[in-house]
Design a protein around this ligand. Structure first.
Ligand code: PHE
Length: 461
């Protein structure tokens, strides 16, 4: 225990940054970013994404850390403090609910990474020598109901084991070692991808913006992706901030985390798109994209199975450090607000999340044609509902609540001292109060307008 009170604390500053970066860096960067960018036109999407990361992600990341450290509470408890017993507490509940929903499908993909570790070691992946076989292998895998549920179960179980052990022993220790290794394997992939014939078209897809491909939907996808990738809008960073000692500098930490997260996403793009184009594949491969590409690239390489094993092991661990932050939000709520023990909290919430994830696990096989959810499979529906709506809406209310209800003057002392002419503190305050929430609002109004128009044209067109 580092400072007074009984709340558990991060052991070291680096430990905190790595744990928070561990929450941010995950499937969102390596699995999701490439396929969402691929479906939304490539470079133009990437550009919009980066703009959102800077003007929405960074200020809201700082806001969440400030709220967390200031209140030393889970998201619901934090909003009880800053909203002073008003209805605004629902923002905290919305966050906890998002945690339930996100982890339910996140765990399914986490399970895929486990499955692919097994495939790489057992040699199934080594037999993959073309993109067609790679697709076939993934399809067969993702259609198998028992395997899907088993791997989803194993991933959830792993998150639960770590979260039961508490933050310092569990979360911090794991996050420390593995990030540099992930970096290394991405570089290997990039070199391999770029050396393939035809890879250049992939680079230009990723780097040369074609704004004619941008639609209201792709802007919302970029918005959602920036929140999802940075673990924002649901209180994960509030929860992590609540374990942060008063000595640490929030502004600096937040900048590191955002920078690292964005860097890894961009590297993942460089690793995937050249190979996608070199193999004459469409970048619109959907959620299976990296599970098609990676085995196909490594399948053609000498000792490729070693790299592919390493890749999926690292991806699994990156997913785990994010998954446990999601579970930690839910657990912190149950412990702080309901007074449960950590163990009981994790068992009960983990089981509920597992069950909620079952339809997502089956969404690529048995129930793949059940698209009752506004035209989406259950998996896609949960993903879009949380990333594109719940998280940005959560972020909007976090900013509004801090800026207008609680007042920035009550929390700004949480930020690093700084003596610049325009201080970073003031810049942050300006963004949280006047820019970030209103940009989110504006984007949603645009979207709703578009949706209403398209609904009417579908109904009467
Ligand atoms: N940021 C994580 C990722 O990129 C996912 C996540 C979202 C984690 C929201 C916590 C909260 O994989």
């Amino acid at each position: 225990m580092e400072s007074g009170g009984s709340r558990e604390r991060w052991g070291t500053k680096v430990g905190f940054i790595l744990a928070a970066a561990g929450s941010a860096i995950g499937l969102g960067n390596i699995w999701k970013f490439p396929y969402v960018a691929g479906e939304n036109g490539g470079a133009a999407f990437v550009l919009i994404y980066i703009v959102f990361v800077i003007i929405l992600g960074l200020p809201i990341m700082i806001a969440e850390l400030v709220i967390g450290r200031h209140t030393e509470k889970d998201p619901v408890g934090a909003f009880k403090v800053i909203a002073g017993g008003t209805k605004w507490v629902f923002v905290g509940y919305l966050g906890v609910l998002s945690g339930f929903f996100i982890l339910s499908f996140y765990s399914v993909v986490g399970g895929w990474t486990l499955g692919y570790i097994v495939k790489s070691i057992s040699g199934t992946a080594a037999g993959i020598d073309s993109i067609e076989t790679a697709k076939g292998v993934f399809q067969e895998f993702s259609m198998d109901p028992l395997l899907m549920i088993l791997y989803h179960f194993l991933f959830m179980g792993s998150c639960m084991v770590i979260v039961i052990r508490g933050i310092k022993k569990g979360i911090e220790r794991w996050s420390k070692v593995l990030m540099p290794l992930l970096f290394f394997i991405l570089i290997v992939l990039i070199i391999k991808g770029l050396s393939m014939e035809g890879s250049f078209r992939g680079l230009s897809f990723f780097l040369k913006p074609d704004f004619s491909k941008i639609t209201a939907d792709s802007i919302i996808a970029a918005l959602g992706q920036s929140f999802f990738s940075l673990s924002l809008g649901m209180g994960a960073m509030i929860t992590y901030g609540s374990y942060l000692s008063k000595k640490e500098k929030i502004l600096h930490s937040a900048m590191y985390i955002v920078l690292l997260d964005t860097l890894i996403a961009i590297l993942a793009g460089f690793a995937i798109f050249p190979a996608v184009f070199a193999m004459n594949m469409s970048p619109k491969g959907g959620p299976g994209l990296i599970f098609h590409i990676i085995p196909a690239v490594f399948g053609k390489m000498e000792f490729g199975y070693i790299f592919s094993t390493l890749f999926f092991v690292l991806l699994f661990i990156a997913a785990l450090t994010s998954g446990m932050s999601l579970l930690e939000v839910v657990t912190a709520y149950i412990i702080d607000e309901r007074g449960w023990s950590r163990r009981k909290g994790v068992y009960v919430t983990g089981t509920i999340i597992f069950l909620l994830g079952v339809p997502s696990a089956l969404s690529f096989g048995v129930i793949r044609d059940a698209t009752y959810f506004l035209g989406n499979t259950f998996f896609d529906f949960m993903d879009k509902l949380t990333s594109n709506y719940m998280l940005p809406i959560g972020g909007f209310f976090i900013a509004i609540c801090l800026g207008y209800k609680y007042g920035l003057e009550n929390t700004i002392h949480e930020l690093d001292p700084d003596t610049r002419v325009i201080s970073l503190k003031e810049l942050w305050a300006f963004f949280i109060k006047f820019i970030s929430p209103f940009l989110i609002l504006f984007l949603f109004i645009m979207l709703i307008r578009d949706d209403i128009v398209s609904l009417f044209s579908r109904l009467f067109g």
